[in-house]
Structure formats: C-alpha cells, structure tokens
Write a protein that binds this ligand. Sequence first.
Ligand code: SF4
Length: 322
Amino acid sequence: MNLMPFFETAVVALNHNKCAELGDRTQYIGSSDVAGCARKVYLQKTQPVTPSVSTLLKFSRGHAAEILIENIFNAAGVAHLFDTQVELEHPFYPLKAHVDFLFHSDLDGTPEHHIIEVKSVSAIPDEIYPQWSDQLSFQLGLLHLKNPKIKVGGSILAIDLNAGKMHQFNGFSYNDAVFNYLSCRALYLLDCLDEKDEARPSVSHTCSYCSYRTDCPALTLPKVQLPPEIEALAGKYAELNSTKSSAEKEMKSIRQELMDFTGPAFKGCSDTVNLIVSSVASSQVVDAEQLLQQYPDIYSEVLKERAGYTKLECKPVKPVKA
Ligand code: SF4
C-alpha cells in the first residue's frame, strides 16, 4: 500500500474542506490578513495558488492543535463555557474574524468574554510575534463592536506538539487606539484589492512558507559581480551554515527522544558517553508587553539602547523553476 501519492491529493482536499468553513476568503479581509503582509494577502486573493503539501501539512498541524485543545477543555467539563470558530463581522465593511475559542465566562464561572487564539509552533517564542498580537487585537475590536458594553479580553495559546509544551500569552484587552490602527490597515488592504493602492510587502517569520516568495521584491537582491575568491568563501559559509541549521534541527529531535527516556533529571555514564539531565530553576522576568500596556510611562523610562551589530547572511541561490 503506497500512501504517498494518496496523501498528495488527500492533504489538499483536507485543507480545502477546512478553508470552506471560513467562507470565500477572497470576499473579505480576515483578522490574520490584517496582521499579515499586504502583498501576500493581495496575491492570495487575486492569484490563489495551492501551497506545497509540506506547507499544507503545517497548516493541518494548526487544526490538529485546535481539536486537541477543544478535547482538553471538554474533558475538563467546561464545554458549556465556550463556543468555537465564532464568526465576528464588522457592521459596515467586509472585515471578519473567526475566533478559535470564545469563552463567555472565566473557568470559575465569573462572567467575562475571553478570546483564545491557538497557535501551533515548532518552538515556543520568548516574545509574542507582532502578527499574533495584531490578529488578536483585531478580533477583540470586532467583538467590542458587537457588544460595546461587555469587557473583552484575550490570549494566545502557543502549543509545541513535538515537545509537549504550551504557553499562554495572556493579558490582552480591547484597546481603542490599536483597533483604530488595525481598522485603517484593513481598509488599506481593501483599497489594495480594489487596485486603489499598492500592496506593499512586509517581511516577517511567515515569509519562510509564503507561496509568493520567489519574486517578492522585499527579498530580491540586486545582481552583482563578486570576485571569485569572495564568491567561493560566501558559498563555503552558506554550506557550513546550512549544516549548522540541519544539525540544530536534528539535535532538537534527538534531545526530545533522550529526554523522553531520561525524564527531567538523570545522571549516568556508559562506555562511550556521559548523559546528564538537570533542571534550571524557574526565575522571574518582566513581561515587557504587559508593562507597555499597563504602565507606558514607566516602560519608556526603563528602555535602554541595545548595541547594534553587523549581520552576515549567505544563502545558496535557488535555481529558478521553468
Ligand atoms: S515573501 Fe514575505 S514579504 Fe514577500 S510577499 Fe511573502 S510574506 Fe510578503
């Protein structure tokens, strides 16, 4: 039984069904569009392409994470407290959001509205990505427009299924100024779709799985003539760097397998290797996002200059597909 050719079409069909739940995305601007790159949003809606199977599998990982979280909530007996995939719509413009989880009360029953956006990641970031907080802030804004009298809050639940870790970036609330800014951005995207403005690219961590990357002006470099020895050195650097990245990836998965065996504490020595696993005690750090939101004056007082540095990037040129 050869599953691979079957998967090539089945994964596309799965993604198609999932997208169908969100309606025709070419007809409205969604909360993830508002937070994303204008060029990508424009091209996705005007020249849609089917992403590679590998990218589609990564998208499916996100859906799987949502189902898992829902199952966890249900198992804990709080199914009556939330709705899933709640559609929020702007009263005047074609702007929408599909909220992963909308809680109508806190877990202890205290009435409050709380949006949870689930993000499946391969490593939990130290800081929330700006695209995540923009997406959540836009959802909070649409929810506020629907029910201006209720207090709305939200959080991002990042889950790393491989490592079995999750982290809640909590403490977000409706903010007039932020929603205003994001609404202007959404209207700019609508103008781009109406060909009234230029859809400008903005680079972010999501560029790595963008289907419109090959000819993206933000990532296109000017053609130069390099001295042969410099070209050879840069090529060598790129080669070493890719070995380093693949080694890091492999180390991450081996690390997980080792830790599955050892647990959080272990000390031992075989004939060939010393194996030690120890815990670093937790410590406290200042939540910069919360400090900025709650005490903006103090935040600006404690800011300090970070020294800049020279960054070197060498990557092999990918052959252009015919
Ligand atoms: S590669 Fe990055 S900047 Fe370019 S269109 Fe895609 S998301 Fe935007």
